[in-house]
Ligand binder design. Structure first.
Ligand code: ADP
Ligand code: MG
Length: 252
């Protein structure tokens, strides 16, 4: 039985999509069947993996119950990696879902029929704790929380953990935190070191050993529709995401 990971943080620009795309690519590269599910209307994961913005069917159609997950899953150019693409229509789901009773379980039900085919299913969440992220947290076994190594990084993390506890209690008892991931880490700055120390002190055990460095190649790769391990396999960012994949797999 595969494991479903939600990549979540209500803050934008912290590295959720970058982590979802690159972790998915790394586990696929290791030979695991993997599925990336883009549930952000901005569709950055879909674009970053080289799928156009105009997929005929998206996760929106799945959430609205008009098609099955199988109908939207598409191959990528990467072996062992499939994607359920997003589109701008997903923005509508944030309005429509709350009107439907029990809709927070929709993604979970939709994944039920396919999840056994994938060792890793990664859900790239939007930057909010709205209905789409709730759907992801109800569908997930584990949460990965990217945290940008900048000032204010810890702001909001306590709130996020409270939300996770609430969802665990009320909607998804299986849910656990896989780990918090420091991203865009610039080891030359004192600030990054301070943020790292503080987060490790605040949340002992919860922070991944692997730290993702700020790396130009990581930022460039999406504009070529590629994960960094295919854009520049030997850069520091590619190394770090490979390390993360190992750590995630080892944590189970
Ligand atoms: P989120 O999904 O949380 O909004 P993104 O993954 O889209 O965040 O990252 C925000 C921006 O930072 C993007 O432009 C991305 O390319 C860039 N970025 C993310 N991680 C790194 C990194 N390790 N090094 C350099 N740029 C990064
Ligand atoms: Mg994103």
């Amino acid at each position: 039985m595969g494991t479903v990971y939600a990549i979540a943080n209500q803050k934008g620009g912290v590295g959720k999509t970058t982590t979802a795309v690159n972790l998915a690519a790394c586990v696929a590269e290791a030979g695991y069947e993997s599925l990336l599910v883009d549930i952000d209307p901005q569709s950055n994961a879909t674009l970053g993996i080289g799928i156009g913005k105009d997929a005929p069917l998206t996760v929106y159609d799945v959430l609205m119950g008009t098609v099955s997950m199988d109908d939207v899953i598409t191959d990528t150019t990467i072996e062992h990696l499939s994607i359920a693409p997003a589109g701008p229509d997903l923005a509508g789901a944030t309005v429509e879902l709350p009107r439907i009773q029990g809709s927070e379980g929709r993604l979970r039900s939709a994944l039920e029929q396919v999840r056994d085919r994938y060792a890793f299913t990664l859900l790239d969440c939007p930057p909010s704790l709205g209905p789409l992220t709730v759907n992801a947290l109800v569908a997930a076994d584990r949460v990965i929380v990217p945290v940008q190594a900048e000032y204010f990084a810890l702001e909001g993390l306590a709130g996020l953990l409270d939300t996770l506890s609430l969802i665990q209690r009320e909607l998804n008892p299986r849910l656990t935190v896989a780990g918090m991931l420091l991203t865009m880490y610039d080891s030359r700055t004192r600030l990054a070191q301070d943020v790292e120390r503080e987060i490790r002190e605040h949340f002992p055990e919860l922070v991944f050993d692997t730290v993702i460095p700020r790396n130009v190649r990581v930022g460039e790769a999406p504009s070529f529709g590629k994960p960094v391990i295919h854009y520049d396999p030997h850069c520091a960012g590619a190394d770090a995401y490979f390390e993360l994949a190992k750590e995630v797999a080892a944590r189970g």
